[in-house]
Write a protein that binds this ligand. Structure first.
Ligand code: AMP
Length: 282
């Protein structure tokens, strides 16, 4: 497995792969890898990638001034071992200095899908995400890139960026991987105390009820989360493609939630199947 820290060396290797007509897939991550990340690698394999590049970069420009950039968990050695075991061809591990000039002045901004939900709560976040993903696409020039539905809004924003800026990269989405308890896997779960982890279980439980059509409005989701001691950042139901807000849950819409569990911000989402409402309508 190749390990590149220098963006130019990463680019040289990727160009060689391109010229050799190898199908290259990129899996962008911030590291502290778990089975959710590895499922994206597996998805890349299943989609026919000849070479899989995993980027591991805690991107400073997508964190707000009071967010967890400094304390974001990092474990290079364990990450490399997991990538090796998963059959990754190359890991791109750039430093912040090698990715960003101190006087940088060009950014990528998406103007619609990134404005609500996490974008409203984390100003500048998606500008940071779009900028780093555009840079990674330019460096690696993959045939396709795999993103997790765990960050549903991020995936929609990236798809729009790719469409509107003519990136020649296909975007593949992969489902959320959960702990047995239902909790969506996240590098940030490591912040949770045992008690907070217990509280966090309500998040997936409530979303599963939404999925099955047992809970029908954002307000009742919020009430259940609050009752469990979680602080609701937002609960919204949106159209899966446009992310336009919907008042009531309907089949194939997406319900997205962000909560604070103590100091830790957790996000999760589900697609609404709404079985009960469907039955009622029949
Ligand atoms: P992160 O390292 O948290 O920035 O995530 C990197 C990529 O992994 C993103 O595309 C995420 O959506 C995806 N990801 C993170 N957690 C999960 C999960 N539990 N299941 C599936 N994909 C995930």
């Amino acid at each position: 497995m190749k390990i590149f820290k220098d963006p130019e060396k990463m680019r040289d290797w990727a160009r060689k792969m391109l010229l050799a007509k190898r199908k290259v897939a990129l899996v962008p991550t911030m590291g502290y890898l778990h089975d959710g990340h590895i499922s994206l690698v597996d998805r890349a394999k299943a989609k026919g990638a000849d070479e899989i590049v995993v980027s591991i970069f805690v991107n400073p420009v997508q964190f707000g001034p009071n967010e967890d950039y400094e304390k974001y968990p990092r474990n290079e050695k364990a990450d490399l071992a997991k990538c090796r075991a998963a059959g990754v061809s190359a890991v791109f591990l750039p430093s912040a200095q090698s990715m960003y000039h101190a006087d940088r002045s060009a950014f990528v901004d998406e103007g619609t899908l990134s404005k609500g939900l996490c974008g409203a709560k984390r100003p500048g976040h998606f500008r940071g995400v779009c900028t780093v993903v555009a840079k990674l696409f330019n460096i690696v020039q993959p045939d396709f890139a795999v993103f997790g539905e765990k960050d549903f809004q991020q995936a929609a924003v990236i798809k729009r960026m790719v469409r509107d800026l003519n990136f020649g990269v296909k975007i593949v989405l992969s489902p959320i991987v959960r702990e047995k308890s239902g909790l969506a896997m996240s590098s940030r779960n490591t912040y949770l105390s045992a008690e907070e982890k217990q509280k966090a279980l309500t998040l997936s439980r409530v979303l599963f009820s939404v999925r099955e059509g047992e809970i029908k409005t954002p307000a009742s989701v919020a009430a259940k989360l609050k009752k469990a001691g979680l602080v609701v950042d937002y609960v919204e139901c949106v159209d899966s493609e446009t992310l336009a807000p919907l008042k009531r849950f309907k089949p194939l819409s997406r319900v997205l939630v962000a909560v604070y569990d103590g100091k830790t911000r957790l996000i999760d989402n589900v697609e609404v199947k709404n079985l009960k409402q469907n039955k009622e309508k029949k």
